[in-house]
Design a protein around this ligand. Structure first.
Ligand code: HEC
Length: 398
């Protein structure tokens, strides 16, 4: 994450805060309007408002019985996938006992696939649509059965809520994110970062963040490609509970002084950044992220200690029962440096995340970073494109 110092360095010119507030809110409202009218969300664990009330159906079958009857011919009685030789097609069925794959998929997506068939999430038509042949209740039972093939230690994909522009999520991910901060007032500047995240073990994640920057040195004259301070982090989900919809993680990050201090893209010291992240599912597709931590420079004369707190509140709407997911969010960011005369800096970040493809593993988020108090800082346009690479190639599932 770019420090407020780096961002300030890019923002030498004070601005009229009302215009900036105005355009940012307009952007947000316009984007919010695109997602309306609200539809029932399928993001929660209890999806399925789209089903007719279950008719009185024959005997209560267990999830396992239903699986053996309807799914096992292709998925295998043990859920590992039937032998290729027994299938009349080439698409290999997934292995539901591979917890690293299976636990990260939210129920809502799998229910969508079973009800509508593979193509609803960009999979093959070899995965048939069960439609009304299975009721909502039966699908829930089937999910419970498939879930029973993995232990509860694995954080469930249902807890993987939409990623805010700044606040770091608790859920361990396999992602590649390209994020940019673009000056909309004053001299031009584009501060970007490439974030690479990779899960390991049951609950952990590695993270590498490489910032780079382009700026307008004189009007119309750009220079850049400067690499900033590279960050390395390890995250661990220390507690999670899919029933209460909560997940808590601890992360330790080391920010290395790889950026050029004189060019204004580096702090000149290694900074240790421990923080917690907490995610909570809320009713009706809502969600909350909280993050809090500290930045502690190794060389005390280079940078000041900093504490920060961030929160993001949002809600996911889907187009129709199974379609594109729109997640408007608003973030509040607070940071305080322990330096003389330094007060808490507040920023508001209204934004909209949207899934771009059918598989929903490529996402775009756009928003504005609005400083709330300091007239010396200007609004920035923020954007990221996110690729959840575990779910498939960048060109797959459109
Ligand atoms: C005719 C064979 C067949 C039957 C029957 C079948 N499936 Fe599938 N299923 C597949 C294949 C093949 C795939 C892989 C599709 C792909 O990768 O493009 C798949 C994929 C899936 C996925 C997607 C997993 C992912 O990658 O996210 C889910 C969920 C699923 N099946 C659930 C079920 C359930 C539940 C049943 C029973 C109600 C069922 N399937 C019955 C063939 C079948």
């Amino acid at each position: 994450m770019l420090t407020s110092k780096q961002e300030n360095a890019m923002n030498p010119i004070p601005a009229k805060s009302y215009t900036r507030m105005g355009w940012a809110l307009t952007l947000f409202v316009t984007l919010a309007a695109m997602a309306l009218p609200p539809q029932p969300s399928t993001h929660s664990t209890k999806s399925g408002e789209f089903f007719q009330e279950d008719s009185i159906k024959v005997a209560d079958k267990t999830g396992k019985q239903l699986f053996l009857e309807s799914c096992a011919t292709c998925h295998g009685a043990d859920g590992k996938g039937a032998q290729q030789s027994q299938l009349g097609f080439d698409t290999p069925p997934p292995d539901f006992t591979d917890c690293n794959f299976a636990t990260r998929e939210p129920d809502a997506d799998w229910i969508a696939v079973a009800h509508e068939g593979g193509p609803v999430r960009g999979f093959s038509t070899d995965m048939p649509a069960f439609g009304e042949a299975l009721t909502k209740d039966e699908l829930q039972k089937l999910m419970s059965h498939i879930r029973s093939l993995c232990s509860d230690d694995w954080p469930r994909g249902d807890l993987n809520m939409p990623r805010p522009l700044v606040t770091e999520k608790a859920y361990p991910e396999d992602e590649l994110v390209l994020a940019s901060n673009i000056n909309v007032e004053g001299s031009g500047g584009v501060m970007s970062e490439v974030v690479y995240e990779q899960r390991f073990g049951v609950r952990n994640q590695l993270e590498v963040v490489v910032p780079f920057e382009y700026r307008e040195v004189r009007p119309g004259n750009w220079s850049g490609g400067y690499i900033g301070d590279v960050a390395l982090g390890v995250k661990r989900a220390v507690w999670h509970d899919v029933n209460s919809g909560s997940i808590l993680s601890l992360t330790g990050e080391v920010i290395l002084p790889s950026g050029d201090e004189n060019a204004g893209v580096g702090s000149g010291t290694t900074v240790l950044e421990p923080f917690f992240s907490f995610g909570q599912l809320l009713p009706a597709g809502g969600f909350l992220h909280l993050q809090g931590g500290a930045g502690v420079p190794v060389l005390r004369d280079k940078a000041a200690d900093e504490v920060f707190g961030r929160g993001a509140l949002g809600k996911t709407f889907t187009s129709g029962a199974w379609g594109r997911a729109w997640s408007p969010m608003v973030e509040l960011l607070g940071a305080k440096e322990f330096e003389d005369n330094s007060s808490v800096q507040w920023e508001l970040v209204p934004q909209m995340q949207v899934t771009l493809n059918t598989r929903q593993h490529i996402m775009l988020n756009v928003g504005a970073n609005i400083p709330l108090d300091d007239p010396g800082r200007t609004t920035q346009f923020r954007v990221y494109i996110l690729w959840d690479w575990f779910d498939g190639g960048f060109t797959e599932g459109w």
